[in-house]
Design a protein around this ligand. Structure first.
Ligand code: HEM
Length: 355
């Protein structure tokens, strides 16, 4: 009886194994010898030279259809061949961008050590001009705060792995990168409002003419303290307006939206292109913005006060923006002299009096 039961159990087990083997062979087709040889070569290469697996990438780049369960635009594309090209281009761009920024910041530091803050002697009893109205300043500071936050968080994401990770370690860097990524993604779209608002408020003083070329021809004089006369904004400021604000910021907004909303059926190659353009625009714009921020703070006395409180001394205006100063004196400019009492009433002492 026991022998018969054992015999039945053994027969059932053998039958189950045969069925399982048939099912498995039906699901995974046998490799043909060529494929088997290729897989073997790939496996060997992976062991011998893991970072240079030519057979794998040759197959990936062949574009031969694969099988995925993902639905949508790029179904059955396991690895995008141009993803490798994008990655290589991106890594080169990060290095070049980092170098550009280091040169810009280094050059400004050297210039500051040699030249110090560029200052204008304020005459006693000097009059004060309201250079920027509150709406001008609100538009500028909304843009500046959002833009600088995006620049810093963008740099953490782009250069952080190379520069910060070795310094602060994985735990802190992963927190920092997560915060940077979320801030970057969530505040980026604010530029859709901030850039046009700034454009509308400042465009009337940023027309370009032959005098701007002359100003650039005399750029050495600018840094030596002998400025070529300019209107409300000089040619350097107009460059910031047209390049950093209009061209680069618009490019950054458009490419940023393509990257942050991947749900509009854009392909991965579109996003890779958007990423490369986003990076080029960002590094060039940040390098120029460094010069702008330097001149707007420690580089030039009186400039920051103009954007913080709105006021400049007449001697500042005459020295830095002679044509604009003459228009204010002649009553032709929108900006007017203000009484020192008004300035004091707003809590801002004119420099000539505060001294
Ligand atoms: C902390 C950051 C910043 C500081 C301290 C700063 C400072 C200043 C100052 C002091 C002025 C007035 C200059 C004058 O009176 O002639 C100014 C003007 C201006 N700023 Fe900024 N700024 C900053 C960020 C930015 C950014 C990120 C942008 C552009 C994306 C920008 C675009 C402009 C423009 C367009 C003007 C008007 C001058 C022109 O039309 O070129 N600023 N800024």
């Amino acid at each position: 009886m026991l022998t018969r039961n054992l015999g039945q159990a053994l027969a059932a087990l053998i039958a189950a194994l045969i069925v399982a083997a048939n099912v498995a062979s039906a699901q995974s087709p046998a490799l043909d010898p060529k494929e088997a040889a290729a897989a073997k070569t790939e496996a060997v290469q992976q062991r011998v030279q893991p970072l240079n697996n030519q057979p794998v990438w040759k197959e990936v780049r062949s574009g031969a259809p694969q099988v995925t369960t993902v639905t949508g635009r790029e179904t059955n594309v396991l690895v995008l061949p141009q993803g490798q090209t994008w990655r290589a281009a991106r890594n080169d761009l990060v290095s070049l961008g980092g170098l550009l920024l280091a040169i810009a910041v280094g050059a400004l530091a050297v210039f500051y050590l040699l030249r110090g803050t560029m200052a204008v002697a304020v005459k006693p009893g000097d009059r004060v001009i309201e250079r920027f109205t509150p709406p001008d300043r609100y538009a500028h500071w909304l843009l500046a705060i959002v833009w600088v936050t995006l620049a810093i968080t963008g740099l953490v994401l782009s250069l952080g792995k190379t520069v910060l990770l070795p310094l602060i370690g994985y735990t802190l860097f992963s927190w920092l990168a997560t915060v940077a990524k979320n801030l970057h993604n969530f505040i980026g779209p604010i530029l859709i409002i901030a850039v046009p608002w700034m454009f509308v408020r400042f465009v009337r003083h940023n027309g370009i003419g032959i005098e701007d070329l002359r100003w650039f021809a005399n750029i050495i004089g600018y840094f030596k303290g002998h400025e070529y006369p300019s209107g409300k904004f000089n040619a350097g400021e107009k460059l910031v307006f047209w390049l950093v604000l209009v061209v680069f910021s618009t490019v950054l907004v458009v490419t940023g939206l393509i990257l942050v909303f991947p749900n509009f059926d854009q392909s991965r190659s579109t996003m890779q292109l958007a990423n490369v353009v986003h990076m080029i625009a960002a590094y060039l714009a940040i390098a120029l913005a460094c010069v702008h921020i330097y001149l707007g703070t420690v580089g030039m006395d009186g400039a920051y006060r103009a954007m913080r409180d709105g006021y400049v001394d007449a001697s500042w205006a005459q020295h830095h923006h002679q044509h604009w100063y003459e228009d204010v004196v002649a009553g032709k400019a929108r900006e007017k002299f203000v009484q020192p009492e008004t300035v004091v009433a707003h809590g801002q002492m004119p420099r000539s009096r505060a001294a």
